[in-house]
Design a protein around this ligand. Structure first.
Ligand code: SF4
Ligand code: SF4
Length: 407
């Protein structure tokens, strides 16, 4: 069997090391094998069959967050994201069957609505509750803090369409995502209402399913293709100008729909219309916010928003329109918080170290609000802030904008 790793892409790395200081796992470990350059060496050795994907090799490649900070920093244009995506199925095939089964099960549970809703029926009652919050602080449990960090129920039912109050200037399909739909539906509602305020008619297709990003992150490329093809069918109705996923990992993935499904005639056109809700809001002329939010706000830049889509200034520009907001800097704002899809579940130790690094910068920023424009980062940083009792609110910028616009 030929290697799925592209020889030209691998060969484009000149091993200059200019990406090393951008790599969170290298910053944290100082280990060359946990750096982009080291990992590309390992991929090359796998492709040439000089190495097999045995446990130590898998560990170095598994510890990659897929954050693509290296790709943004690389002067040679090495497409690291595509390389690690092509490598993960090789690692999966070499993994012992029980570990492979566990990871597949995790992917299926997170990407299927019924198990998620059943899970929510059990844990949702404790979400956002003060006693869980206090227990998390007392025990230092990040798992309990995660529960406390979820939006408390009841969750608002989303309408099928968010109609603009005035002139219609365009149309969008809102992709609610998997975890974000279950745990942060209020944020999705803010997205729909803000876009409508900007003149966009927003439809929310029923049964839209998962986009496949989670499965791809777990190395299950066939499941990822299946999910993506189903999503293209579910959104194939009337034409929409934009496709707006609620999670940055989903939009980063969907912007490459054409590469993932080269034989699907609609994939390229779909990919071209994918945009993050904040990037789209920044293009619209929203009315001036009516309410103030008096706070020192620091922005955390999610990897898949800043590195994979180049969206960062837009978030700050939108927040700076809110009366009372003072933007303050956050050191290493673009370094991963350790959430990274399922990384915080599969690579817990390094994820916790990256979270501690992020929280030390949060504490030093003097911010009273951290704006985290991605559900995974929001959950991760809010959990850490709850557990460590930091005097800071961690919210999605869409929520701040929603408060300011009184919606
Ligand atoms: S990935 Fe880019 S920056 Fe990093 S070592 Fe290779 S060529 Fe240099
Ligand atoms: S994707 Fe992120 S963690 Fe992986 S090598 Fe690149 S910078 Fe490092």
């Amino acid at each position: 069997m030929n290697s799925p790793l592209d020889d030209t892409q691998l060969g484009s790395c000149v091993h200059c090391g200019l990406c090393l200081d951008a790599c969170p796992t290298y910053l944290e470990t100082g280990n060359e094998a946990a750096s982009p350059r080291g990992r590309i060496h390992l991929m090359r050795a796998l492709a040439d069959r000089r190495l097999s994907a045995y446990a130590p090799v898998r560990n170095h490649l598994d510890s990659c967050l897929g954050c693509r900070a290296c790709e943004a920093a690389c002067p040679s244009g090495v497409p690291y994201g595509a390389l690690i995506e092509a490598t993960r199925p090789l690692l999966e095939a070499a993994r012992p069957a029980p570990a492979r089964f566990t990871r597949r099960t995790l992917g299926r549970l997170l990407s299927s609505r019924t198990p998620r809703e059943l899970g929510w029926a059990v844990v949702g009652r404790a979400a956002g509750r003060g006693f869980v919050d206090r227990l998390a602080r007392r025990t230092g449990s990040l798992a309990l803090a995660r529960l406390a960090a979820l939006d408390p129920g009841p969750r608002p039912r989303l309408p099928d369409v968010f109609e603009p109050p005035g002139e219609v200037r365009g149309s969008a399909i809102l992709l609610t995502g998997c975890v974000s739909d279950t745990a942060f539906r209020a944020t999705t509602r803010y997205a729909g209402r803000l876009l409508a305020l900007g003149g966009i008619r927003v439809t929310v297709p029923n049964h839209q399913g998962c986009c496949g990003a989670l499965a791809l992150h777990l190395g299950d490329d066939r499941a990822a293709e299946h999910h993506l093809a189903a999503l293209l069918s579910a959104t194939a109705g009337p034409h929409a100008d934009w496709i707006v996923p609620m999670a940055a990992g989903c939009s980063a993935h969907l912007r490459h729909a054409g590469r993932h499904l080269p034989d699907n005639a609609s994939a390229e056109s779909f990919a071209r219309r994918v945009i993050d809700p904040l990037a789209l809001l920044a293009q619209l002329s929203l009315p001036a916010p009516r309410h103030s939010v008096v706070a020192r706000v620091a922005v955390h830049d999610p990897c898949h928003l800043v590195h994979a889509q180049g969206v960062a200034a837009e978030v700050r520009r939108l927040l700076s329109t809110i009366p009372g907001v003072t933007l303050v800097p956050l050191s290493e704002s673009e370094v991963c918080c350790g959430s990274a899809g399922t990384y915080n579940l599969t690579e817990g130790a390094l994820a916790r170290r990256l979270l501690a690094r992020k929280l030390s910068h949060v504490a030093a920023s003097g911010a009273t609000i951290i704006a985290a424009p991605n559900p995974g980062c929001l959950l991760q940083i809010r959990s850490g802030a709850i557990r460590d009792d930091l005097p800071v609110e961690v919210v999605h910028p869409l929520e701040l904008l929603g408060r300011a616009h009184g919606i």
